[in-house]
Design a protein around this ligand. Structure first.
Ligand code: CMP
Length: 297
């Protein structure tokens, strides 16, 4: 398989095409519902806002296929992205069979995202129905959302002193890996004593950081809002959560899990070494002495 170029290989300004006409193919409510369901499975669409999702649903058009039809040929320029409604489809790379889609799934996103020729051939084995999304709408909506997300999340990551020493390319990779999570008022994000598995940035909402009192009550030790972050120590220590986090106002949070952090940036320890002095002070404050910091990852 060709090496993927960056998603952003083509210089792209999300506001350039703000005035683009929307493409609308009318659909029955039932068609919209089943298409929406099919798209739900695709990670590409997970980050879209409601309005963007509506635009995608509007723009998709039906394509009937017959046994033996070539939907995509390896090496061609890309036209559409496809979501399977019905039918079975075989994938070949360099004429070698690699995969079969059986009635569900989607394909054809690689060439559109990475701006490369088609990386595989896709052939219908049975008759079936596909939903197609044209290149222009795909790039406008999917990439627009990806670029905005990246800009927002990079700003969030910029605010964390612990991550100051990251190179900008490292920060960009992390920004892409942040996952949006929603919590309602009263929900608990984690409890004191829980295994630490990642950190959170507050895009919107309010969070109360709380500890127990000796009489089994609970007090707030910190109130956090938009732009704040919490749980960052989990990226470098194996300590359990030192306090609980409860939602005070409905929250939209960006979550960075430890596994992703380590997969993208190598062992955290190495990164932290770059500005360990500053960090050590925080740890000493947290754990009450250097000798107590026994379980740094
Ligand atoms: P794209 O390269 O645009 O067109 C062919 C599609 O086949 C590709 O996007 C993927 O969506 C899909 N595909 C499935 N399996 C593979 C594979 N092993 N290598 C490349 N593409 C694959």
């Amino acid at each position: 398989m060709n090496r993927r170029k960056s998603v952003f290989a083509e210089s792209y300004n999300p506001d350039d095409d703000e005035t683009d006409e929307r493409t609308v193919y009318p659909k029955s409510n039932q068609q919209r519902a089943s298409l929406g369901e099919a798209l739900n499975d695709s990670i590409l669409f997970k980050t879209l806002e409601f309005e963007q999702m509506e635009e995608v649903l509007d723009a998709m058009f039906e394509k009937k296929v017959y046994p033996g039809d070539y939907i995509i040929r390896q090496g061609d320029d890309a036209d559409n992205f496809y979501v399977i409604q019905t039918g079975t489809y075989k994938v070949f790379v360099d004429d070698v069979f690699v995969k079969i889609y059986n009635g569900t799934g989607s394909f054809g996103e690689l060439a559109l995202m990475y701006n490369t020729p088609r990386q595989a051939t896709v052939q219908a084995e049975t008759a079936g129905t596909l939903w197609a999304l044209d290149r222009k709408t795909f790039r406008r909506i999917i990439l627009k959302s990806a670029v905005r997300r990246r800009n927002l999340f990079e700003t969030l990551l910029d605010s964390v002193p612990m991550l100051e020493s990251l190179k900008s390319s490292e920060r960009m990779n992390l920004a892409d890996a942040l996952v949006t999570k929603y919590f309602n008022t009263g929900e608990r994000i984690f409890e004191k004593g829980d295994r630490s598995n990642g950190m959170y940035f507050i895009e919107d909402g309010e969070v109360s950081i709380r500890v127990y009192t000796p009489d089994d009550g609970e007090i707030e030790i910190k109130r956090l809002g938009r732009g704040d972050y919490f749980g960052e120590l989990s990226l470098i220590t194996n300590k359990a959560r030192a306090a609980s986090a409860a939602v005070v106002k409905p929250c939209k949070l960006a979550y960075l899990d430890v596994e992703t952090f380590e997969r993208l940036l190598g062992p955290c320890r190495e990164i932290m070494k770059r500005n360990i002095d500053q960090y050590e002070n925080t740890l000493v404050e947290m754990f009450g002495g250097k000798d107590k910091i026994t379980d740094i990852r």
